[in-house]
Ligand binder design. Structure first.
Ligand code: PRT
Ligand code: ZN
Length: 283
């Protein structure tokens, strides 16, 4: 049995649960329970505030956890960073009032900066030799400059809308964050094996994102040209058709290049092109 901590509620809760579900680990989404067991995999989920997940994993209260990289870096507990999960993407940035004529990092020397991420910020300033006053505040960091509490802020930015609403502009992007899978560094061999199994499933889900399964009919003499249009493929699947001289080709194409590739395939004689969603790609 392996215990994974996820956020009780908030921005990462839903995506964490659906990733586990997609990986065949169904969890009852009970907001009232602290601990829930999966019926189909030896996993129990521990619901915590995101701030507490790095420590819980480091202490072994949970074996693994899904949490923002920003929290892992800020709390600085010894944990293994097992895998980046690709959701909850954001950055932690320095922002100043929009009318400031910002010319570079030296601007922050002697300035007061409000943040909920003092550890990450002081590490960054130490590296860059900037001497600023860091004021830790728990919430509503973005209003600090307008009420005269600070000259600048260091906070999470996603769309940038919150900064604009508060008359601020982003001037330095310090840390790019996303949800990550972390683990206790001293897992038992049994737990480590379960973690690897889960991670293998996560990777399969990830590598199928944005991929399409494409079937088409093609004159047999054109098969070699398919590999030059799709150079990443080892060899396309080729099935014979009842009609002589024709075959059916099956390939996987990334969604972003789908139309471009389809046009090239049509140009060499592909017909009846069928595009299907690809659920999982296990390598
Ligand atoms: O209750 P608990 O302590 O568990 O949750 P929380 O309130 O501390 O965190 P929560 O749920 O807000 O965020 C959880 C994690 O989501 C964060 O630690 C980040 O890793 C990630 N994440 C991704 C974000 C955002 N995007 C985000 N936009 N966390 C916060 N924001 C906030 C930001 O603080 C700012 O106020 O959204 C606002 C900015 O958004 P934009 O789009 O206006 O720039
Ligand atoms: Zn939190």
């Amino acid at each position: 049995m392996i215990r994974i901590a996820i956020q009780t509620k908030g921005r990462l809760n839903e995506d964490s649960l659906s990733l586990l579900r997609e990986a065949g680990i169904s969890i009852e989404d009970s907001k009232r329970k602290l601990l829930t067991k999966s019926d189909d995999f030896p996993v129990e989920v521990l619901y915590l505030r995101d701030d507490d997940i790095p420590q819980a994993v480091s202490m072994g209260v949970a074996d693994a956890g899904i949490v923002g990289l920003n929290e892992v870096e800020e709390k600085n507990f010894p944990v293994d960073l097992v895998h980046r999960l690709g959701f909850g993407k954001c950055r932690i940035s320095l922002a100043v009032p929009k009318n400031v004529d910002y010319t570079g990092l030296e601007y922050f020397n002697g300035k007061r900066i409000a943040t909920s991420y003092p550890v990450i910020l002081s590490r960054f300033f130490a590296e860059k030799n900037i001497d600023a006053e860091i004021h830790e505040i728990a919430g509503s960091v973005e209003i600090a400059p307008s009420v005269g509490m600070a000259d600048a802020i260091f906070d999470i930015v996603s769309s940038g809308g919150t900064l604009v609403t508060n008359g601020l502009k982003e001037v330095e992007k310090v840390l790019f964050s996303e949800a990550v899978l972390i683990a206790n560094p001293n897992l038992s061999p049994e737990k480590r094996q379960l973690l690897e199994q889960i991670c293998f499933r996560f990777k399969a889900i990830e590598s199928s994102r944005g991929l399409k399964y494409v079937l088409m009919n093609l004159p047999e003499e054109k098969i070699s040209e398919v590999t030059s249009i799709l150079p990443g493929m080892k060899s396309p699947t080729v099935l014979p058709l009842a009609q002589k001289g024709w075959c059916s080709i099956h390939v996987v194409i990334a969604e972003k290049e789908l139309w471009n590739k389809i046009e090239q395939l049509k140009a060499i004689g592909a017909e009846d092109i069928l595009v299907l969603a690809l659920e999982k790609l296990v390598r």
